[in-house]
Design a binder for this molecule. Structure first.
Ligand SMILES: CC(C)(COP(=O)(O)OP(=O)(O)OC[C@H]1O[C@@H](n2cnc3c(N)ncnc32)[C@H](O)[C@@H]1OP(=O)(O)O)[C@@H](O)C(=O)NCCC(=O)NCCS
Length: 149
């Protein structure tokens, strides 16, 4: 799995039970998954078509540091299915607890909003990066090394 983003729970994220609002957690997953899908597929035109079940296993309080991880489950023809996980990160111990996880599916669309295929180049590049680096999003230095080979 790769780390996509980090978020600190703020007062305005809290619902009516002193816990972070579930809809906000869902939105964080959608944001992270959508940006991950777009970066992997080299296009901003990726729309969410499906969210699997979400179970909120642990409460999130103000000040909690959330780490959002993802990985690719499957490239389809026009779709990309991701596994997404939010973990609470303890800054004192480095330990992490899973708050929630789910699968999210995206579809690549054209200018008119119709599904179009994800290119074979994108799929092959992801497979090559996974083999070489164990992740799909590279830092600039990693990308330069990758591009040279
Ligand atoms: C995404 C959208 C363009 C797909 O259109 P569609 O007519 O359903 O497209 P298709 O039937 O050709 O299916 C396209 C892909 O979606 C998948 N798909 C369609 N319905 C699905 C469903 N109910 N569950 C899972 N996957 C589904 C298909 O398997 C296909 O994947 P593949 O190409 O990898 O085989 C259309 O449903 C849409 O615009 N939805 C709204 C998206 C949106 O607004 N999201 C929220 C904001 S980002």
């Amino acid at each position: 799995m790769e780390l996509i983003t980090t978020y600190i729970c703020k007062k305005f994220d809290i619902g009516i039970h002193d816990n972070m609002f579930g809809g906000t957690l869902m939105s964080l997953i959608d944001d992270a998954a959508g940006s991950y899908a777009s970066q992997l597929c080299d296009t901003p035109r990726m729309v969410t078509i499906k969210f699997d079940e979400l179970v909120f296993k642990k409460p999130v309080k103000v000040g909690s540091i959330l780490k959002i991880y993802g990985n690719v489950l499957k490239f389809g023809t026009s779709s990309l299915e991701l596994y997404m996980e939010i973990r609470k990160h303890n800054v004192y111990t480095g330990e992490q607890e899973i708050v929630t996880h789910t699968n999210v599916k995206f579809v690549r669309i054209d200018e008119e909003g119709n599904p179009i295929p994800i290119s074979e180049r994108v799929k092959q590049r992801f497979a090559d990066r996974m083999q070489k680096f164990g992740k799909g999003l590279l830092t600039l230095a990693e990308k330069e090394t990758f591009d040279l080979n």
